[in-house]
Ligand binder design. Structure first.
Ligand code: NAP
Length: 291
C-alpha cells in the first residue's frame, strides 16, 4: 500500500471545482483577483510568489505580483499596501514574507482587511479561528488549512486523535493547533524548550513537524506499532542542497502508517488553500454586492 500522502491527486480533484466556481463568478462579472506584495529580491520569495501566481491563473483568476524595492521606507510600504487593499476590484491580497530588515517588525496580518486576507493572518480571522471556525465564515491560515484538506482527502480521522505539533510559529504551529481543536482532536504543541520531545511524539496518533531542520525526525521519535501518521511541513535543504523536510522519510517509511513527502506534500496544499481562500473572498464580495 502506498503510504505517501501526495498532494497531486488531491489538487487535481480540487482544481476542477475551483475553476468552475471561478468561471461562475466571471459570468457574474466578478473576476477573482489577487495582489501579491513582494518587497525586495529574496530568491525563495520570488519562486514562491511565481508558483502562487501560476496556480491562481491556472484556476482562471487574475493574480499580479507587485514588486517593490528592497529599500522601501515603512511609510511608503504602508501607503502602498493601503492603496492596493482599498481597490474594490481586488478580492485577495497578501504580503510575501520575509520583509527586509527595516520593515520586519510590521505585523502584516493586521494590514490586510479580514475579508481580503487570503493568508488568514488578520487578527479578526485568527479570533474566529480561536472561537471554533473551520472556515465557514472566516479565511483560514493556508498551511494548516491545506494540512487538514490533505488528511481528510486520504481519510485520516481527526476526532479524538492525539496530535503532536512540533513548532509554535504564528503561521503554522499555533493556528494548526486551533484548527485541529476545532476538528475535535486532542492537541499538544511542542517547541525548542519542550523536555523529552520523543516521549510526546511516541504517544501521538499524528505528528506534524514544522521545525525547519533537515531530516530532524528519525525512526527513534516513533512508537513501535507502525500506526502513526506523519505530516512534514519543513522546507529545508540537506547537505547536498536538495529540498527535504523535517522528517527523514527514508528512515521512518517502514515505521509509520502514512507520511506526507517533501516535495509534493504540504507545500502545494498551502497554495491550494490560498486559491480556495481567494474564491471564498470573491464569492463573499459578490454576495455583498447583490444584497
Ligand atoms: P519558525 O517560525 O522558525 O518556527 C520553528 C519552530 O520550531 C519554533 O517554534 C521552534 O521553537 C521550533 N523548534 C526549532 N527547533 C526545535 C527543536 N529542536 N525541537 C523542537 N522544536 C523546535 O518556522 P515556521 O515559519 O513555522 O516554518 C517551519 C518550517 O516549515 C520551515 O522549514 C519552513 O520553511 C516550513 N514552512 C513550510 C510551509 C509550506 O507550505 N510547506 C509553510 C510555512 C513554513 P521555539 O518557538 O522555541 O523557537
Amino acid at each position: 500500500m502506498d503510504k505517501l500522502l501526495k498532494s497531486k491527486p488531491v489538487i487535481e480533484k480540487k482544481i476542477a471545482s475551483l475553476s468552475s466556481k471561478c468561471l461562475e463568478l466571471k459570468e457574474n462579472d466578478i473576476t477573482p483577483t489577487m495582489k501579491v506584495i513582494l518587497v525586495g529580491k529574496n530568491p525563495a520569495s520570488i519562486i514562491y510568489t511565481r508558483n502562487k501566481k501560476k496556480f491562481m491563473e491556472k484556476m482562471g483568476a487574475n493574480c499580479e505580483i507587485i514588486s517593490l524595492p528592497e529599500n522601501l521606507s515603512e511609510k511608503e510600504f504602508l501607503s502602498k499596501v493601503n492603496d492596493i487593499c482599498s481597490n474594490h476590484l481586488v478580492h485577495g491580497c497578501f504580503v510575501q514574507l520575509p520583509l527586509p530588515k527595516q520593515l520586519s517588525h510590521i505585523d502584516v496580518g493586521g494590514l490586510i482587511p479580514a475579508e481580503k486576507d487570503v493568508d488568514g493572518l488578520n487578527p479578526i480571522n485568527l479570533y474566529r479561528l480561536a472561537r471554533g471556525s473551520k472556515g465557514e465564515r472566516s479565511l483560514l491560515p493556508c498551511t494548516p488549512m491545506g494540512i487538514i484538506t490533505l488528511m481528510q482527502d486520504y481519510g485520516v480521522e481527526l476526532e479524538g486523535k492525539n496530535v503532536v505539533i512540533i513548532g509554535r510559529s504564528m503561521i503554522v504551529g499555533r493556528p494548526m493547533g486551533l484548527l485541529l481543536l476545532n476538528h475535535n482532536a486532542t492537541v499538544s504543541i511542542c517547541h525548542s524548550k519542550t523536555k523529552n520531545l520523543k516521549d510526546h511524539t511516541k504517544s501521538a496518533d499524528i505528528i506534524i513537524s514544522a521545525i525547519g531542520k533537515a531530516n530532524f525526525i528519525t525512526r527513534d521519535f516513533l512508537n513501535d506499532k507502525g500506526n502513526q501518521i506523519l505530516i512534514d511541513v519543513g522546507m529545508n535543504h540537506d547537505e547536498n542542497n536538495k529540498l527535504c523536510g523535517d522528517i527523514d522519510l527514508n528512515d521512518v517509511l517502514d515505521s509509520c502508517a502514512k507520511i506526507s513527502p517533501v516535495p509534493g506534500g504540504v507545500g502545494p496544499m498551502t497554495i491550494l488553500s490560498l486559491a480556495e481562500n481567494l474564491i471564498s473572498a470573491a464569492s463573499r464580495a459578490s454576495r455583498n454586492i447583490k444584497s
